[in-house]
Design a protein around this ligand. Structure first.
Ligand code: HEC
Length: 105
């Protein structure tokens, strides 16, 4: 069997994997202390945002940025974001598996 055919077979045999994550946003470092890289809230009062609807995340961040939605600390954090950062962060967190479980942290 030729090498290309083997490679094709190998790729067909590969287990189904989750869709590739979008590239890590440049501003992700601003978020991880509270939401983690996977969007799981790290402290009481911090929402889980992993796996949340992408457009909802974009709108929330845009609303914090414009002042339509005001809540410490998100209002000041969102002011450090450009629209392209908001898009990238929303795509990143929406692509995470999401929080499973419940109860207290
Ligand atoms: C110091 C802790 C902290 C950091 C850092 C932080 N957040 Fe938050 N985030 C919160 C808290 C607390 C809330 C809830 C605010 C509220 O009640 O509106 C929140 C809310 C949100 C929401 C709204 C969720 C919803 O369900 O409506 C989004 C989206 C979000 N954060 C994204 C981000 C992103 C993106 C970053 C990085 C740029 C970030 N946060 C950094 C603490 C933080």
């Amino acid at each position: 069997m030729t090498t290309p055919a083997l490679l094709l077979l190998a790729s067909l045999a590969a287990p189904a994997t989750a869709p590739a994550l979008p590239p890590k946003p440049a501003k992700l470092g601003l978020c991880v202390a509270c939401h983690g890289e996977d969007g799981t809230g790290r402290a009481p009062g911090t929402p889980h945002i992993g796996g949340q609807d992408r457009l909802y995340l974009e709108r929330s961040l845009a609303d914090y940025r414009s002042g339509k939605r005001q809540q410490v600390p998100m209002t000041s954090l969102a002011n450090a974001l450009q629209p392209r950062d908001i898009e990238a962060l929303a795509a990143w967190y929406a692509a995470q598996p999401g929080f499973v479980g419940g109860g207290q942290r």
